[in-house]
Design a protein around this ligand. Structure first.
Ligand code: FAD
Length: 376
């Protein structure tokens, strides 16, 4: 049976590999000239590995995902750290921790209990938060919300916190101690030693997989295949018949600086109301300095509407009233009527997914499909 896969990112590539190993002939197409989707990386002119679509830091709590993905690359451990730059230039740990609280409030707390008591005293009494602002006010009070989240959210989403779903900020962690790693200690954090692109090369290297890059999806292609797993934007496939599913996008601005010893963190967030959200110093990530050139690379991110960035779709928009998820449900209903197609991945299912989540979902989806076809 011949299967078409649209998209050579994680969702498409995981499907392709599992299907190929099960003996199916798979053709993977991608409209971009490279594999890896948004996880694509390459060496730049400063001898540094950069991730073309923003820093991709692999973290997971799932052992099955780890077992699966480590078949295709050697990984190195690392600890992701982020600092927030305050208006006066001071740098504080993010997620907010004991040291962040001390710096912002000029306090001298040394225990988690003191921080907890302070936050409880400044938190607002909002029993059922209906939006992101209320959720944060009820958790950390006005000052920290307005400093760390209000301008950042406005530039990231072009929405006020009051217009956003609590779901967007619910996953932001809060630390009462001095731990300054971004991800929780329950998660394994790894980076592929030779980069994501090399990982994808191995993932897609199988005699049953044919790869066609710089090839956009066209409905006429379906004639040659018995089934299609499709990671393209679901609204685009249906000609936007119910309206557009909007995304936020990011313009990446790269700067070259004289080489310097890298700091202990790779990402700095900006709390001000200017257009930029964060910058990445690639030298600070393990195995990212590939050749000494005397220069380092820093990428600054400027969020924007996806229509202002060549329809580069990064983050599905989640408003407090959930109107775009309702719109997506209409597309999903339509997709259920397709006998020979399944939409997959970030844009096929209109949800933000970390890499481990997309691997997990893809493994589940393709194994379900394989079980059904084995029965039929
Ligand atoms: C800025 C940013 C930072 C991120 N950082 C992290 C991180 O630190 N850690 C983490 O775990 N996750 C991170 N992610 C999420 C990660 O990028 C996703 O989990 C992953 O890319 C999802 O894979 P996918 O296959 O669903 O989508 P994609 O990677 O987007 O792949 C889809 C592919 O489909 C192709 N395609 C689309 N339409 C067509 C068409 N019509 N014809 C042919 N091809 C088409 C696209 O060109 C693309 O290559 C980040 C995402 C962004 C946007």
């Amino acid at each position: 049976m011949a299967i078409l896969i649209v998209g050579a990112g994680f969702s498409g590539s995981v499907h392709a590999r599992e299907l190929a190993e099960a003996g199916y002939d798979v053709t993977v197409i991608d409209k971009r000239p490279h594999i890896g989707g948004n996880a694509y990386d390459c060496e730049d002119e400063n001898g540094v590995r950069v991730h073309a679509y923003g820093p991709h830091l692999f973290h997971t709590k799932s052992q099955p995902v780890l077992d699966w993905i480590t078949r295709f690359a050697e990984f190195v451990p690392f600890e992701h750290k982020v600092r927030a730059r305050l208006g006066d230039g001071r740098l504080v740990p993010l997620p907010i921790n004991l040291d962040t609280v001390n710096t912002v409030f000029g306090t001298d707390f040394s225990t988690a209990e003191q921080v907890q008591a302070h936050l409880a005293a400044i938190a607002l009494d909002i029993p059922e938060p209906g939006n992101a602002a209320e959720h944060l006010y009820a958790k950390i009070g006005r000052e920290l919300t307005d400093l760390f989240f209000r301008p950042y959210t406005k530039k990231m989403w072009a929405l006020d916190l009051e217009e956003m779903s609590p779901a967007v900020v619910k996953r932001i962690p809060l630390r009462m101690d001095r731990v300054d790693t971004y991800f929780s200690s329950e998660e394994t954090q790894l980076l592929p030693r030779h980069g994501y692109t090399a990982l994808f090369e191995r993932l897609l290297a199988h005699p049953h997989i044919t790869l066609r890059l710089s090839t956009g999806f066209d409905r006429s292609m379906l004639d040659g295949f018995e089934f299609c797993f499709n990671a393209m934007p679901i609204d685009e496939y249906y000609g936007f018949c119910f309206g557009e599913l909007p995304y936020r996008s990011i313009r990446f601005h790269k700067r070259t600086e004289p080489a310097a010893p890298p700091p202990a963190w790779s990402v700095t967030n900006f709390t001000d109301a200017g257009p930029y959200t964060r910058e990445t110093n690639w030298d600070a990530l393990p195995c990212h300095r590939l050749h000494e050139t005397g220069h380092r690379s820093v990428t600054v991110e400027e969020p924007c509407d996806y229509r202002d960035n060549g329809y580069e779709r990064y983050y599905p928009v989640k408003t407090a009233d959930g109107r775009y998820q309702t719109l997506y449900e209409q597309y999903r209903e339509l997709a259920r009527t397709e006998p020979n197609m399944e939409f997959i991945g970030r844009c096929g299912t209109y949800q933000y997914l970390d890499m481990d989540q997309v691997i997990n979902q893809s493994l589940a989806s393709v194994r379900r499909w394989l079980a059904q076809y084995a029965e039929a």
